[in-house]
Design a protein around this ligand. Structure first.
Ligand SMILES: *Cc1c(COP(=O)(O)O)cnc(C)c1O
Length: 373
């Protein structure tokens, strides 16, 4: 079979989505499935929908276009502030976009009027992640302006945590966001239906004991796909962590001197140097590298150890195992390894457990192993 390849178990994706949808429904929170880490792969998007997410969201318009082309008709949100140069496509493919700039919203308004549609806007509020967002003190006035723009409907407000900064939201942050929704409504009327509290980083809060107040939506990618909490890097109880697995082929396997990197400093310059401890180890070279994934973070088989990587090679110590050349090793992925593997053209994507849906299999082969690039 082709290597490197990623195997995607759609049933596990669906079960993760379903578990989160059911757990959060009890707390009055709906789930939007975030597809950017899988480049808008339509089979994965469909598995999220089969698990019960109310809508999808992606950060790139090409990913949204790919889902639309595959026949996905549910509401899709653009969660990255739209590029001015892509406004027409945002109106064409997305029901909602998350926004922080008035000029962009005016552009969306003009394009929506041209097409004779209403476009929904969610205002992203900056609450400490230091990425995009309207400052809380500017929110009410901003929202009041948006309400008056033709072709545009204010759908709600949102915040983002633990994307650039690695800080999980506190219960206090969530109380604040609820208060911002109350205040914006006091200024501009009952237009804040959606209060989207954040991402997978919010799950510890959302599934905890605190009152959820007005937070009624989360946008979840990593938790559905990988079953992990992005802040702690830990598995979330009840979720599959192996819906995505990566296979790479062994292209060299030899007993080699056990060298390990060590720092050596001469005056102010430090260099890494390989130093031997005199022993020998089983070492394998895998045909996968930085162009394909984030090799240093891969989950290797028990006892194996990562040694180093270049653009096309990854070297591992294989402990007692002597792997035959041509064999494959199976590895787990974290978020950065996943996004790179999903967007790498040399990594084959094999989708397992695909249901044959007429609108999704049109023009595509219907084998259980489907190459999607
Ligand atoms: C990526 C992203 C998400 C989803 O984050 P996960 O950690 O994958 O759950 C949610 N909201 C925004 C704005 C994003 O960019």
């Amino acid at each position: 079979m082709t290597s490197p390849r990623i195997e995607i178990d759609l049933n596990k994706v669906k079960e993760n989505a379903s578990f989160l949808v059911r757990s959060l429904r009890e707390r009055g929170i709906s789930v939007t499935g975030v597809t950017k880490a899988v480049c808008g792969n339509p089979d994965v998007a469909q598995a999220m929908l089969d698990g019960g997410v109310v809508s999808l969201a992606d950060a790139r318009i090409n990913n949204v276009a790919r889902m639309r082309a595959a026949g996905i008709t549910c509401p899709i949100s653009m969660i990255r502030t739209p590029l001015v140069s892509e406004i027409r496509d945002v109106i064409l493919f997305c029901d909602t976009s998350y926004n922080t700039e008035m000029d962009t919203i005016h552009g969306l308004s003009a394009a929506a009027k041209d097409r004779g549609v209403e476009h929904k806007i969610v205002l992203m509020v900056e609450m400490g992640d230091l990425r995009e967002g309207i400052l809380p003190e500017d929110l009410n006035e901003f929202a009041a302006k948006v309400v008056g723009i033709p072709g545009i409907t204010l759908q709600g407000i949102a915040a983002n945590f633990a994307c650039m900064g690695n800080l999980a939201p506190t219960p206090f942050n969530m109380i604040e966001l609820s208060r911002f929704a109350d205040q914006a409504e006091a200024t501009c009327g009952p237009y804040v239906g959606l209060v989207s509290g954040g991402s997978s980083a919010n799950l510890a809060w959302a599934l905890g004991a605190d009152a959820t107040r007005r937070i009624n939506n989360l946008r979840l990618g990593e938790a559905i796909l990988l079953g992990t909490d992005p802040v702690l890097g830990q598995p979330i109880k009840g979720l599959h962590t192996d819906a995505f697995v990566l296979f790479a082929e062994v292209i060299e396997a030899k007993l080699k001197p056990n060298v390990f990197p060590t720092g050596r400093c001469v005056s102010k310059h430090c260099n890494l140097e390989l130093v031997s401890n005199g022993g020998q180890v089983n070492r394998a070279v895998l045909a996968i590298g930085q162009q394909d994934t984030d090799p240093s973070t891969l989950g290797l088989p028990l006892g194996f150890e990562f040694v180093g990587t270049t653009s096309d090679h990854t070297v591992v110590d294989t402990a007692k195992s002597t792997l035959p050349v041509g064999s494959e090793i199976k590895m787990g992925l974290n978020y950065s390894a996943l996004i790179r593997a999903m967007s790498a053209s040399d990594v084959t994507k094999n989708v397992l457990g695909k249901k044959s849906r007429n609108d999704m299999t049109k023009g595509q082969a219907t084998q259980p192993f489907l190459k999607l690039v």
